[in-house]
Design a protein around this ligand. Structure first.
Ligand code: PEP
Ligand code: MG
Length: 555
């Protein structure tokens, strides 16, 4: 019998073998209805409603019994809320006035949500639970599968259209063995969460909807292949080998080095003080990318120099005496910062974003550099590393470096625009270091929106054209004797990390949770192996060949 496979883009390596559990989208009926129930049908409709509520509340209770601690309390409280007489009375009243049960549930809950939101505080927080109860009761009434993320008690491969941050909070890797989504891309939230949980992940598996709930699948997070009903013995062997690798990853301690003892600097990507504090407990040797814009996603007015300095200082103080690379605001496009953003644009990813904001908002960059200087002084950091995002011309690099040097800051730039890779040597005459942002470099090289799941095959940093640009950039760094790091998601892919080091990259920065897996992979290969593999991989015809070749030569 031929084995059926579904393909996507592998974004977190590893194997998993378990039945599929789907995240079902909720169906929310309209609260207004045109068809009215006959009077004599209404009592039966009330009974149908009550039975659905009872089933949903009972399921919450069953789960509460299986759970422990806070989870058990939360599930118990949700069961009680489902049985709450107040909303049940409101829904019953609507049914008795002629509505069918589904719109009556939607209408009754909508009223309560509005009231709770007005009350604010703890009451407002219950609205998420109320909506969840509504979705489950409606699904029960309509004979649809339970919506939302399943809470399994045995292992599953979690499959979804896409996952929102709220869906992924509290996922338990004991039971969720892999994440597979039909949408999403290599830099999507799903990929980031899977990496943190240390479970394999595949995104953009467009035919995933053909895989039914309960089907046994083998997930290969490296190749992006999902095999349906695979050979059980082979699948289990692969998963066991993977479990041994995971144990090795958990036991790994830095600093990272290749098997022939060449040190590789592994750094953390952070977005604020708390994230830096967490990263400081990992094996990170410093911070390779501090995304300052993420501190201000809700700030309507520009924080004062002092306030900014306090925020940046939290990151410096988490890594005393270690390297911390601060990136100036990369506001715009997918990261709008209210106080810094440019007006509506047709094409924001190609618009006024990053360093370009200084063109329309004079002084923005200067004030931020003042704040970084102040934070460095307050925390005893001598000449901190500071880099600008989205630089495209040598003049921009020159001006930015001037501003940094005036403030005793060590200037660098991100390599995200292909133009910089093409003229890398000239840029390096102006600045002290490069950090390659492979997320944007891939987006701009392949002319493919990094947010688009339809284009995930193109926004893959294994694209040989992207690797060639990295190669050009790294070669310029070697020639000018200046460091060239990578801080995009590519650095967190263990195999690609080896290829990057082989291309001449001098440091890798990633989510701190990804560091041990990269460290283990580097410890299994020599620098020469990385260099030889890199030359061949950069010559590949397409991203799949590049990945397979690297797996063959370095895996
Ligand atoms: C990048 O583009 O690779 C990068 C690290 O920057 P960001 O993801 O914040 O755009
Ligand atoms: Mg970027």
């Amino acid at each position: 019998m031929e084995t059926k496979t579904v393909r996507g883009t592998g974004v977190v390596p590893g194997y998993a073998y378990a039945p599929v559990g789907w995240v079902h989208q909720p169906y929310v009926p309209s609260v207004t209805t045109t068809s009215m129930l006959d009077e004599d049908a209404r009592p039966a409709e009330v009974e149908r409603f009550k039975a659905a509520v009872e089933t949903v509340a009972g399921r919450f209770e069953e789960r509460a019994l299986l759970a422990s601690g806070v989870s058990a309390e939360v599930l118990g409280a949700t069961a009680a809320l489902a049985r709450d007489r107040g909303w049940a009375r409101a829904a019953t009243k609507l049914i008795n006035s002629g509505q069918k049960a589904e719109p009556a549930v939607a209408g009754a809950i909508a009223n309560f949500v509005e009231k709770f939101e007005k009350l604010g505080g703890l009451m407002a927080e219950r609205t998420t639970d109320l909506k969840d109860i509504r979705n489950r009761v409606v699904a029960e009434l309509m004979g649809l599968p339970e919506p939302g993320v399943p809470k399994p008690t045995t292992p599953i491969v979690l499959c979804a259209e896409d996952l929102a941050p709220a869906d992924t909070a509290g996922l338990d890797p004991t039971f969720i063995r892999a994440l597979v989504t039909r949408l999403g891309g290599p830099t999507s939230h799903t990929a980031i969460i899977a990496r943190q949980l240390g479970i394999p992940c595949i995104v953009a598996a467009s035919a995933l909807d053909t895989v039914n709930e309960g089907t046994l699948v083998l997930v290969d997070g490296t190749s992006g292949v999902i095999t349906l009903d695979p050979n059980e013995i082979e699948a289990k062997e692969l998963v066991e080998a993977d479990a041994r690798l995971r144990a090795e990853i958990r036991a790994w301690s830095g600093p990272a080095q290749t098997s022939d003892g060449v040190h590789v600097q592994l750094l953390a990507n952070v977005q604020d003080g708390p994230a830096a504090a967490k990263a400081s407990k990992s094996e990170a040797e410093g911070v390779g990318l501090f995304r300052t814009e993420l501190c201000f996603l809700t700030a309507q007015t520009e924080p004062s120099t002092k306030e900014q300095a306090r925020i940046y200082g939290e990151v410096f103080s988490a890594f005393p005496g270690q390297k911390v690379v601060v990136r100036t605001l990369d506001a715009g496009s997918d990261k709008p910062v209210p106080f810094a953003n440019h007006a509506e644009e047709e094409n924001p990813a190609l618009g006024v974003r990053g360093i370009r904001l200084g063109w329309t908002n004079p002084g923005l960059v200067d004030r931020q550099l003042d704040a970084i200087q102040l934070a460095a002084e307050d925390n005893g950091v001598e000449r901190p590393w500071v880099m600008a995002p989205m630089v495209g011309t040598v003049d921009e690099a020159y001006e930015f470096a001037q501003k940094c040097r005036e403030r005793d800051l060590w200037p660098g730039i991100m390599v995200e625009v292909p133009a910089v890779a093409m003229l890398a040597e000239q840029f390096l005459d102006e600045v002290e270091f490069f950090s390659i942002g492979t997320n944007d470099l891939t987006q701009y090289t392949m002319a493919a929106d990094r947010m688009s799941s339809d284009l995930a095959m193109l926004t893959d940093p294994w694209q040989p054209a992207v690797l060639r640009l990295v190669q050009l950039t790294a070669a310029a760094g070697i020639k000018k004797n200046k460091p060239v790091g990578v801080c995009g998601e590519a650095a967190a892919d263990p195999l690609l990390a080896c290829v990057l080091i082989g291309l001449g990259i001098t440091s890798l920065s990633m989510a701190s949770g990804a560091i041990p897996a990269v460290g283990v992979q580097l410890s299994k290969v020599t620098l020469e192996q990385c260099q030889q593999a890199a030359v061949q991989v950069a010559q590949a015809r397409n991203s799949r060949d590049a990945k397979n070749l690297a797996a063959e030569l370095l895996g």
